[in-house]
Design a protein around this ligand. Sequence first.
Ligand code: FUB
Length: 356
Amino acid sequence: MKSTLFPLGLALATFTLACHSAEQTEEKKTEGESPEPISQPLVSEIYTADPSAHVFEGKIYVYPSHDIDVGIPDDDLGSQYAMKDYRVLSMDKPGGEVQVHGVALDIADVPWAGRQMWAPDAAEKDGKYYLYFPAKDKEDIFHIGVAVGDKPEGPFVAEPEPIPGSISMDPAVFQDDDGSYYMYFGGIWGGQLQYWSTGELVKTEEQPADNEPGLLPKVAQLNADMKTFVQAPKDLQIWDENGAVILSGNHDKRFFEASWMHKYEGKYYFSYSTGDTHKIVYAVGDNPFGPFTYKGVVLNPVQGWTNHHSIVEFEGQWYLFYHDTQLSGKNHLRNVKMTPLRHLDDGSIETITAYK
Ligand code: FUB
């Protein structure tokens, strides 16, 4: 996670340049207007980010990071994202009143965790709810934990240890039509995926050379207990339009963080953030383990350095959940939003620009 794209404290009205495509910015500059966000924060009483949305019990539940300000300056490893607990949001329907539930899980109640509760996700199975969350352990190594609850909004009780074999961060759990569950995870730079590129833990910030394949997200199927992996996590192959691996130097397309999976008309759509080029992009495949072929951009850069999303269907309409920094102007104090998303007739996703 690199430092600011936008200087901290930048006034909302001046966030234009990096938030928009060059063309749009040029248009707005010519017209002398500030672009307007296409949607408003879902809540303003707390800062929220990295929204993983699901439909449980007929309602929309959003599992976000709970951003706080602890006065740590921005750095390349994301030290400023020093979150300590999770709060769940829910609404009966899009546009409905959004409820901010109480603390769902506190880092003090996770025996193995040291700091930084980053982007979570959740799943339901047989009436139990599972909160999946990354945190650094006491040695400052990211792993992914699971906590179990009886209600979608928690509270959740954490397992005493992280999921065996889990590394890095940003878990996304996908339930396939046959009832099997898969976890996608990982992130480079502050997400520590590079620590594991040899298969063993080697603390390094070095990325593959520009002409070498980029580091890939991981996928593992979940066992029936929802707390362990069926197999050792595998690399999720993402190819470019010509069937070639995406190189580490291709920052417009290579995987950075923020995995998400959804299924549309029998195809698997894996979407992710490109990190330092600030886009959410997607790749399509025929099965949950891949391979996936890069298709295009879901969401252009938003205000703030990070871009992180989820895609969910509610009553026949698809929605993109995302975040920006509209309320604070600060990279580490984000607010979640939602907007409709369209799959076009050819199966592609219509690119969303969050300001107009
Ligand atoms: O919220 C902390 C980190 O910022 C997330 O884990 C990343 O995806 C990025 O949004």
